[in-house]
Write a protein that binds this ligand. Sequence first.
Ligand code: DX5
Ligand code: ZN
Length: 244
Amino acid sequence: MEAQTYWKDTGSRTRRRVLFAPSLLGADPLCVGAAIDGLGGRYDWLHLDIMDGHFVRNLSFGPAMARALRRRYPDAFIDAHLMVDRLDVLLPLFVDAEVSLITVHAETEPQLLHAALSSIRRSGLRAGVAMGPATGVERVRPVLEIADLVLVMSVTPGFGGQSLIEATLERTRDLVRLRAAEGHRYLIQMDGGINEENVGRVALAGCDVVVTGSAVFQSPDPGAFLESMRVKVKEALDDADIGS
Ligand code: DX5
Ligand code: ZN
């Protein structure tokens, strides 16, 4: 499904669709293109983590990677997750790279948050706001009306391969309630430590877009792994329907 049509479809569907966004941080950095091709087209979005060594204690990809992805995958929905300070300098570089969605963290330069999301949307891209595991919903509240997506970090930002912090599922439930109560339209994304064992709970909590890095790329058949994650989600949602 075209990611662009996701937002149009959500209102009319009777059943929530959960999207999968493999995190390229989990791929072998020498073979990212081959890793994407190894997914056999069975992904919905490509999740690109941008780290500046300052906002988080790690470095990852930069705008050259975003531009290269856009060149090689012109139709892909590229989901850029910025874990950076200096949005004034870095944001325009990712807008110019023509990614599809840019998500910025609520904890970085909070006084610029509304302006950052507005400027992303004025550029014709989708705009997301991310919250670290210790950040409360109040922090993102001022931008919820203009957010296309809220990213709930389910691990401490900066590294792949960590374990999901269970308490963050409650944050997702809070955002589902708030969206319904206040008529917002954002999708909810969860990122960090998601695997076959917990993806059902993640979907049941209300997550619309699942990011998964090491679990998918360390699997012997990443495309089949994504399919098995979709089955887990379907089973969990079916069970919930039967129980309700
Ligand atoms: C962490 C990144 C994640 C990471 C997820 O800061 O934002 O996208 O790649 O990787 P796993 O699934 O291994 O936790
Ligand atoms: Zn991420």
